[in-house]
Design a protein around this ligand. Structure first.
Ligand code: HEM
Ligand code: NAG
Ligand code: NAG
Ligand code: NAG
Ligand code: NAG
Ligand code: NAG
Ligand code: NAG
Length: 362
């Protein structure tokens, strides 16, 4: 009698503890793409459809475009697996890079328990983490801090204006730099191709603008490298895979309409961290006085130079992932471990695995 009561009590406790946090979903590493060559995108099953009023879109032109073609769910809420598959299929982003970037997004701005991330802002369709350990809501990629940051190409700094949507004036400034420093094309005409030179000068202008107009600019090493990484993404992932050319008409299609251009092809080899890193170095090389730091008390204060080759890992994977995530159990703990490993894989074997140390609820 006593023992069967114990069993009933145990079962009730078990049911209550599971029911309190329904929806846990174990994340599985998706299979790698089998074919990683050139391909015409979009395929016939992925037509463009403008987002509906409840569909979420955010600061990333790559993810917005993939959502508008149904490579990730059109509502803008995706799993880890869906994003890794989509950036591989649509842009041929290499698997380790895609996994690390998506894992960082999920840990920093998604719900690692339900395996959901909003490519835009917060939504009632994604609950907070169990026990609200990282605040009352799951915030989404559009939320400033951790991932979204200052000195974007086409979005304003958070303290200055709209940090999520394309700013037409910034985009037209981008086009002006191409008109001045772009490459020529027999097909689309003189100075119609986005060149490294155009990107070097445009990124430098954006940097000087932010220093001048954003009194609370935050541009630490992780965001600094990510922002130049996004410049490199633009040149390497948005270019037409057939000829490697990024024309202004393709640039407009992806940035303004968030739509793949007609007759566009993804790149012919997977774009990995080395390719993106080379692009970052190239864009940075023209203006080496552009350095990480913050604006405070009316002046730009440069950060001390990083002393190890692991500063990017440290800043993103450690400082911008909440420490409380490792203090968990069950499905959440398993997912967190998987995601932390996915970030570290990009930096292994040079950098030692380090547990997250970021704040919660920010
Ligand atoms: C091949 C795939 C991808 C491409 C081509 C791409 C491209 C870009 C570009 C060009 C920007 C900069 C926009 C600007 O500065 O105006 C950007 C921003 C951003 N991307 Fe992506 N992206 C890709 C994948 C991802 C993934 C997997 C995530 C996360 C899960 C992500 C999250 C973001 C976020 C949060 C921003 C805003 C950063 C900021 O400017 O403040 N992106 N992306
Ligand atoms: C959590 O939600 C409560 C009630 O809506 C609110 O008063 C509180 O400020 C929130 N806390 C955080 C950290 O957002
Ligand atoms: C543009 O032209 C320059 C000079 O010929 C060349 O070095 C560069 O690779 C070309 N393409 C891009 C994307 O800059
Ligand atoms: C991509 O290149 C191919 C071959 O040069 C060309 O036929 C096609 O129109 C190009 N597409 C775009 C969007 O530039
Ligand atoms: C800005 O000035 C305040 C007040 O003098 C000081 O406490 C603070 O440390 C300064 N911030 C930086 C980053 O120097
Ligand atoms: C993890 O939990 C332990 C025990 O409750 C606590 O002492 C520790 O501070 C927690 N660590 C973090 C990072 O929350
Ligand atoms: C990694 O850890 C080993 C052993 O503790 C240490 O000798 C090495 O310096 C560490 N490497 C880095 C890049 O921190």
């Amino acid at each position: 009698m006593a023992s069967s009561l114990n069993v009933v009590v145990f079962l009730l406790c078990f049911i209550v503890s599971v029911a309190a946090y329904p929806g846990g979903k174990l994340i599985h590493a998706p299979p790698k793409q089998v074919y990683t060559g050139i391909k015409r995108i979009p395929g016939k099953n992925n037509p463009y459809k403008a987002p509906g009023p409840h569909d979420l879109r955010g600061p990333c032109p790559g993810l917005n475009t993939l959502a508008n073609h149904g490579y990730i769910p059109r509502n803008g809420i995706a799993t880890f697996e869906e994003i890794v598959n989509a950036v591989g299929e649509g842009f041929n982003m290499e698997y380790t890079l895609a996994s690390a970037l998506t894992a960082f997004g999920m840990l920093a701005r998604g719900n690692a328990y339900t395996n959901q991330i909003s490519i835009g802002g917060p939504t009632g369709k994604i609950p907070p983490l169990p026990g609200n350990i990282d605040g009352n809501s799951t915030k989404g990629l559009a939320t400033h801090g951790r991932f979204e940051g200052d000195v974007s190409m086409t979005r304003r700094d958070f303290a200055v204006g709209d940090n999520v949507h394309l700013d037409p004036a910034l985009f037209s400034q981008f086009l002006d730099y191409v008109a001045k420093y772009g490459n020529d094309s027999d097909v689309t005409g003189p100075k119609s191709v986005v060149s490294y030179k155009a990107m070097q000068e445009f990124k430098y202008a954006r940097y000087l603008d932010s220093i001048a107009e954003d009194p609370v600019l935050v541009y630490h090493f992780g965001r600094f490298i990510l922002s130049y990484g996004e410049a490199s993404f633009t040149l390497n992932f948005f270019a037409n895979g057939t000829d490697g050319v990024l024309s202004t008409s393709t640039l407009k299609s992806i940035f303004q309409n968030q739509r793949f251009p007609l007759n566009w092809h993804r790149r012919g080899t997977p774009g990995d961290i080395n390719l993106i890193g080379d692009g970052v170095e190239n864009v940075l090389s023209a203006h080496e006085d552009a350095v990480p730091g913050i604006n405070a008390n009316g002046t730009f204060i440069p950060d001390p130079l990083p002393t190890t080759g692991c500063a990017l890992y440290q800043d993103l994977g450690v400082n911008n992932v909440p420490a409380v995530l490792v203090n968990t159990t069950g499905i959440l703990k398993k997912n967190v471990d998987f995601l932390l490993k996915s970030i570290h894989n990009l930096f292994a074997p040079q950098c030692n695995f380090t547990l997250p140390a970021g704040e919660s609820g920010v």
